[in-house]
Design a protein around this ligand. Structure first.
Ligand code: NAP
Length: 395
């Protein structure tokens, strides 16, 4: 991709890889297995880190920044896990550290959040940010493929992480939410600070319910500014209605809906995985270095960032094979309760903190999917009915 972009006056001096025996499509003398050859070479002024080992990547990136080299990375896991240290190092060294490809691959969401959207005006960010889970959900719901077959296809096509658990258990999307929170609101967080789950617990019965209600199930990363100015953040499977722009985001595509005070909703759509879409974002970062572009982390360092909060409610659908697994007592209020011979579910409102501090909804056989308007600030306003202890009854 770099060589096809002749306007960019950049050459690759060395490529560090792990397995020297692998067949490569470039001359052998370009490759090394010793990262020090790059990190200690004074002629090299940009290090592009695109490896799948977060620990080694952190060493490479922190050493490169420490040696005064600009760094471009796509490694959301490494960045999310070491955010504080990397920010401090970047501030100290004053060298660019760019990672557009780390969230939504080809969609320029980080730079837009950083440069365009003013903190005060940004109401919410909601995105399908993981290409492989979206690909799997599309294949299951549209082509009735099994979960395993869909995951295998995602891996074969290069969309899945080397460790697919990162995708399907929601960790990759949570790592990306860490980056979005930083650039949308200036919040330095870790995945331990908010609720997240993946798509492994979604059952065929949930897909049937989704279809009946004319919804699709998507894994959505959400950051929502509440009336008190605090931010609600979570990554969970969600029922998405047809009028939501995320409804038609299928396969490896990603989509992000940004809502701001005056502009209302804006929608970013593009390929969220795959070698060329990812390379296009990496190239854009490299290209911006020609103009000394660097994230200023404005909302973190020049404004007072809002806090994350756990004090709000989520509007949820929880299903299980047996009504006994549904923990009615966890609900602040219940809207619908269904008990069938093979499948039961409840829809209603649960306090976010109750979910954060419990695991019953992550147990085998239980699935939790957010309803289309997931955040409820004041459950009183919804005029929901009180918990019925009769599981069979539709309340
Ligand atoms: N693929 C995507 O769609 C996508 C999208 C956005 C972001 N990313 C991110 O991009 C990064 C790479 O993903 P990928 O899909 O390109 O992975 P990949 O195809 O598995 O490639 C990983 C590369 O890293 C090299 N490597 C691994 N450990 C190394 C080490 N310790 N020292 C030097 N080289 C090492 C491997 O070398 P060998 O060739 O010798 O094995 C391989 O070339 C990850 O952080 C991923 O999250 C990927």
């Amino acid at each position: 991709v770099l060589h096809q972009t002749t306007s960019l006056n950049a050459t690759i001096k060395k490529v560090c890889i792990k397995h020297p025996g692998k067949r490569r499509s470039a001359p052998a003398d370009l490759f090394t297995t010793d990262a020090a050859e790059i990190l200690n070479d004074e002629e090299i002024n940009v290090v592009v880190e695109l490896i799948d080992d977060a620990k080694a990547a952190f060493y490479i990136v922190s050493t490169a920044l420490g040696n005064g080299k600009a760094v471009v990375s796509a490694n959301k896991k490494m960045i999310a896990e070491n955010l504080g240290t990397l920010l401090a190092l970047q501030q100290q060294q004053r060298v660019p550290f760019l990672y557009e490809a780390a969230a939504c691959a080809s969609i320029p969401v980080i730079r837009n959040l950083e440069e365009y959207y003013d903190n005060d005006l940004l109401q919410s960010v909601a995105g399908i940010v993981n290409g492989s889970t979206n690909f799997i959900l599309s294949k299951i719901f549209r082509e009735q493929l099994s979960f395993e077959a869909a995951l295998k296809q995602a891996q074969d096509l290069g969309f899945a992480e080397s460790n697919p658990a990162l995708d399907i258990e929601g960790t990759d999307a949570a790592n990306k939410l860490v980056l979005l929170l930083l650039h949308a609101y200036g919040i330095s967080s870790s995945t331990k600070d908010f609720l997240y789950n993946g798509i492994t617990s979604i059952q065929l019965n949930d897909a049937v319910v989704a279809r009946e209600k004319q919804y699709k199930i998507k894994l959505v990363a959400n950051a929502v500014k509440l009336a008190n100015g605090k931010i609600a953040a979570f990554v969970l499977p969600q029922f998405v209605e047809e009028q939501n722009q995320l409804f038609n985001v299928e396969n490896e595509y990603n989509g992000v809906v940004i809502e701001s005070g005056f502009a209302d909703k804006q929608f970013f759509y593009g390929k969220g995985a795959g070698s060329f879409p990812t390379a296009s974002a990496v190239l854009s970062d490299i290209s911006s270095l020609r103009y000394n572009y660097s994230y200023e982390f404005k909302k973190k360092f020049h404004q007072r960032p809002p806090e994350l909060t756990t004090d709000f409610y989520l509007n949820v659908y929880v299903s299980a094979a047996g009504a006994g697994q549904l923990k009615q007592e966890a609900f602040a209020s219940i809207e619908e309760s269904y008990t069938g011979p093979r499948h039961s579910y409840i829809t209603g409102v649960i306090h976010y903190e109750k979910l954060l501090r419990s695991n019953w909804w992550k147990e085998k056989g239980v699935s939790l999917v957010l309803l289309p308007q997931p955040v409820v600030e004041d459950p009183g306003q919804k005029q929901l009915q009180h918990v019925s202890l009769l599981a069979e009854e539709t309340v």
